[in-house]
Design a protein around this ligand. Structure first.
Ligand code: ZN
Length: 145
């Protein structure tokens, strides 16, 4: 079951400039900053109710986010949906013809299991499924303690 929008990932070239907009101008709370080595980026989590905006800043010019920024500039990169059972959801979505970008979920921000689906099979939206490491009922998706 898909529970909620966990976060919206926003590709950012200049973290300071983006924080000026999302933290300072919008007044959102910066609840955590976290390197995500598996994706060669640093993510900044800004809480919006029960979801987050995640600013994605590349830490390596060869990262997916760096290439996205080169091609398309800053902007929305993906939408992440929180699920209760990622293995079951992946099977369900594959059966419906959606194509995952990897064989298996990997470790993403916040210690969550994550798997992306190809935008060509999801109506042009890069979708991420994520399952919290703690299985917390409130779906809190902040950084690890
Ligand atoms: Zn994400």
């Amino acid at each position: 079951m898909i529970r909620k929008i966990d976060h919206i990932g926003i590709a950012v070239a200049d973290a300071a400039a983006a924080l000026k907009v999302f933290r300072d101008a919008l007044g959102l709370e910066l609840v955590g900053t976290e390197p995500v080595p598996s994706q060669k980026l640093v993510s900044y989590h800004l809480r919006v109710g029960e979801s987050n905006l995640e600013l994605l800043v590349p830490s390596d010019p060869e990262s997916v986010i760096a290439r996205f920024l080169e091609k398309r500039g800053p902007g929305i990169h993906h939408i992440a949906l929180a699920v209760e059972d990622i293995a079951a959801e992946v099977e369900r979505m594959k059966a419906a013809g959606l194509q995952p970008l990897a064989e298996k979920p990997s470790l993403g921000a916040g210690g969550k299991q994550v798997l992306f689906f190809h935008p060509q099979t999801t109506g042009g939206v890069l979708l991420e499924l994520c399952q919290g490491s703690d299985g917390a009922e409130d779906g809190r998706s902040g950084p690890p303690a």
